[in-house]
Design a protein around this ligand. Sequence first.
Ligand SMILES: [Zn+2]
Length: 362
Amino acid sequence: MAIASVTGQERAKAQIDAWLTTDRLPHAILITGPLGTGKRQLALELAKAINCQTPGSDACDQCGSCRKTDSLNHPNLHLLLPLPTGSRGSDAETMATLRETALDQFHGQAAAATRTGTNISKDSIRLLQKEMSFAPTEAPHRVGLILQAEAMLPAGSNSLLKILEEPPGQSIFLLVSDAPDQLLPTILSRCQRLPLRPLTVSEHRARLEASGTDGERADLAARLAASGRIRAEDVIGGETFDELRELVRRFISAGIQGTDQDYWQILEDLGGRPDRQQIEGFLQLCSAYLRDLFLVQQQQLAAVANVDEMEALQGWAQALQPARVELVAQVLDQAYDSLSRNVNPQLLLADLWYQLQRARAA
Ligand SMILES: [Zn+2]
């Protein structure tokens, strides 16, 4: 892997190449873009290229520096991201947990990556600030890699801002965020933006094939990923995804044709008191199904994501008033937004259920 191996994103890659070949890398780069655009991968490849020992403007993937960066073991690479809740400890322990959590995000199951907490603590930021202030030892630069940068709380953001205002020599910060509007404007103004665009279905498919996944599963994953909000890796991941998808399928089917009894059963199968992350996954899949319902109603069958559900989709589409489907989709979008404001997840589901029933054709 190297920067060149990142799927799509030709513009961003050309920009990076221009920075590296002219030795004019900004001190702080903010990589933005929706879910599944390859932000984290690009950030890691850029971190490798920055300190690669082989001359050239991309990572060689072979030298000691590239290998250490890949395994997040490089002494001049420093990580910042939300830690799993309840994992506080000494500085050394925190650094070990940061590395493990990041390894999960880069090389592990995407499902594991969603288990992190929601905030980047002030302590972690203070630790990064300290580490970045030393001169680099093994490589030309110290690289601070900040994942889910929007998770920094204002108090912590201010300490980061101090370093960004007067960056220590040879330090480069790479921030990654899919919600850059949640960052402090003062931080934004210190960063050079590198926006990534959503990948197409065929780009997702090519990416999955490159990592050894193909066939029907890859096609479904590529289509769902391109429809937004769902990670292709979660679809590939298998069992957990299949179970959740089956529940969502039952929820929609019963919302259109079933009774309240079905609703309570589905809630129970969701674990009785589903938490925020479960509901988030549930809503993401609901949203993919609703988008498909829309497409079926408009006869745009080629664009449907849940290709293996065409028959069910056509049945549902007939049982719903077209104008009402749009309303359900709106309620779903609002539900998704409310999740980040700590609205009771079960209330959101109940509301969605009610809207689906109202959408039934008379
Ligand atoms: Zn190298």
